[in-house]
Design a protein. Sequence first.
Length: 440
Amino acid sequence: MNQKLPANRAELVFEDFKKPYSEQQARAEANRCLYCYDAPCIQACPTEIDIPTFIRRIANENVEGAAKTIFDSNILGMSCARVCPVETLCVGSCVYNHMDASPIQIGKLQRYATDAAFDAGLSFYEAGEDTGKSVVCIGGGPASLAAAHRLRRFGHKVTIIEKDHYLGGLNTTGIASYKMKADRSLTEVEWLMSIGGIEVRSGISVPDQMSWADLQAEFDAIFVGFGLGEDSLLSLEGADSKGIMGAVDFIAKMKLGMVDLSSVQHAIVIGGGNTALDAVRELKGLGIDNVTLAYRGGEAQMSGYAHEWSEAKREGVSASWRSQPLAFIHNNGKLTGVEFQLMDENKKAIDGQTKTLNADLVLLAIGQGKLGALTSGLTGIEVEKGKIVTDAHGATGAKGVYAGGDCRNGGKEVVNAVAEGDQAAQAMHTFIMGGGSCRT
Ligand SMILES: Cc1cc2nc3c(=O)[nH]c(=O)nc-3n(C[C@H](O)[C@H](O)[C@H](O)COP(=O)(O)OP(=O)(O)OC[C@H]3O[C@@H](n4cnc5c(N)ncnc54)[C@H](O)[C@@H]3O)c2cc1C
Ligand code: SF4
């Protein structure tokens, strides 16, 4: 599998927006933790990392033990330390928030411990004794990686089938570069694969290039972790003009290769979610002077995180609220602007009120397609609004088929994908070893 990245990626201009802790800083922060009983920070973490225990270990200078505590619950703990929206998860629930004091910087402590273990060459886990059973994980993103690692620890033969040429999924191609660059994700993948015995078949799309029937014939159980599909696009006048792209597509191209922004002066990102917020901040960081977020609702109606929007504003991003695209304006097929319909506070069009903004680049961050329909060849599978339906353990209605991550939850965070991949792997193990599937 080709995991080598081009040396001249545009993302290399970004610096980490959260600087790592030194040993002294980490110990001082760890010593502030109150080691709460029934700690709310654990409850807020989808992978239920024992946060007070790992922090106490840092305070006691047992950094290796701290890392092990993290990885026991979350094998992608190194990237989650960088990419988790901690402000709304563990850090947001720290008891210090109710004491008018700054909450414990759990993400930075997690990064300190996991990076130290990685730098010391510690991998902690070994494959279990061979069970003679084999499983396949479809997709090479966080959900499948977490499932694959856990299944290998149980002793099953594991194969990952990935349609692209990089592993890591959106952790490699989607995460904003100021949180984590693609090479860090690939380094983590290598570290995780060092458990040995995980076969990777890349460049294969399921079910087009390998059918469900073939997979069921070859493997004892299947984990589906193929995430979400392509960016949703708009079918408006001028939508095929040069200079209009899906935001996720743009971010992947920027992270993995080169994007040429030399002629771009005015960029507009359409959408109000987290992908739109990442995209505006990335464009600004890449040196575009005029970056505007255009959203059909008002500031308070955006679904993107408020802390990300306040950073974007601080960096100089402008907003065009209550603006819904009507048409893309172009000159001989090259984008020059966007005409917007103005909306009221209920997101209803206001008759006759429009405005036009200049743009030579437009990124559409209005959602991604759902891939549940790809599983239609599996007897018993249920798909609802494009999402694969499972029980609480990740079992689908098709015998021996499990699912987790964005394809099951509709698009959440890396930590949710890891939690669901791990949880499904445990249910798959029970099923394969004769304990029965949770749904069949
Ligand atoms: C722009 C953007 C920024 C984000 N930022 C953050 C963030 O800062 N923090 C955070 O926690 N989360 C973030 N997320 C969400 C996070 O990346 C996802 O929730 C997470 O990656 C989901 O993991 P997954 O394994 O379910 O899917 P993915 O990461 O999408 O991985 C799925 C894999 O399956 C492969 N695949 C797809 N179809 C097939 C097929 N038919 N056959 C074989 N392989 C296939 C894909 O190529 C991909 O490698 C972001 C998402 C986006 C779009
Ligand atoms: S809630 Fe805060 S203080 Fe309490 S254990 Fe968690 S990190 Fe420590």
